[in-house]
Design a protein around this ligand. Structure first.
Ligand code: 13P
Length: 250
């Protein structure tokens, strides 16, 4: 059985004080949750303070990105060891916004995944098609390529550790969620594609859905057999709504 993972991606939102105040609220509102893993990904700036606040709680923290080199002349970048040192156990890699605005490719995604795993961070690897790609009926092709190229070359024991997040670009921040059937179809396909590369590890890997997940649609999405959690933007920015997501009715 795969344990569900509910993850909040705060993107470029919240000051340090705001971030700390939300996790403070979350810490008590979800203290009793044991059957769902909880992950918050604040900005790099807030990681250290948020980590001090969540220590000893059931809230895990993750970075939204990292660079694959371990140190040196790479102005503006953050190494895997620094992410780990700030208290992170997870890191988002290859979010569509990073692919779209910051030139990330399946190749750079692959380097980042390997660097994250080497630093004992769990990578949450984002894949997803654009609206045009969906309309052109190339969704499966796009997902398969992102998985084949982005996740190539992992060792057997690493293959079962990663998390995959399916985030259709047309559903991100648009209020337009994929239907549970649409999402399930791609999740099942992604698991199969991953299985062709790594066999049984594909049954262990959690595949999260992301794209306008909210308290009203989370339960239907979570009922799908290949949806193992959510990667949530907007609805994770508020303690009350994120609590509802973590405590979705089963
Ligand atoms: P929204 O939940 O705001 O659509 O964002 C999804 C997302 O991109 C999470 O990484």
């Amino acid at each position: 059985m795969r344990k569900p993972l509910m993850a909040g991606n705060w993107k470029m939102n919240k000051t340090v004080a705001e971030a700390v105040s939300i996790v403070k609220a979350l810490k008590s509102s979800i203290a009793d949750v044991k059957d769902v893993d909880v992950l918050i990904c604040p900005t790099f700036m807030a990681l250290y303070a948020v980590n001090s606040e969540v220590k000893g709680s059931n809230i895990n923290i993750g970075a939204q990105n990292l660079f694959w080199e371990s140190k040196g002349a790479f102005t503006g970048e953050i190494s895997p060891a620094m992410v780990k040192d700030a208290g992170c156990s997870y890191v988002l890699i290859g979010h569509s916004e990073r692919r779209q605005y910051f030139g990330e490719t399946n190749e750079t995604v692959n380097k980042k995944i390997k660097a994250a795993l080497a630093a004992e961070l769990i990578p949450v690897v984002c894949v997803g098609e654009t609206l045009k790609e969906r309309e052109d009926n190339v969704t499966f092709k796009v997902i398969e390529k992102q998985i084949n190229e982005g996740l190539v070359g992992l060792r057997a024991e690493q293959a079962g550790i990663v998390v995959i997040a399916y985030e259709p670009v047309w559903a991100i921040g648009t209020g337009k969620t994929a239907t549970p059937d649409q999402a399930q179809e791609v999740h099942a396909f992604a698991r199969k594609a991953y299985g062709k590369m790594y066999g049984d590890a594909s049954q262990k890997v959690r595949i999260l859905y992301g794209g306008s997940v909210n308290p009203a649609n989370v339960s239907e999405l979570m009922k799908q057999s290949d949806i193992d959690g959510g990667l949530v933007g907007g609805a994770s920015l508020d303690a009350e709504s994120f609590t509802k997501l973590v405590k979705y009715s089963k």
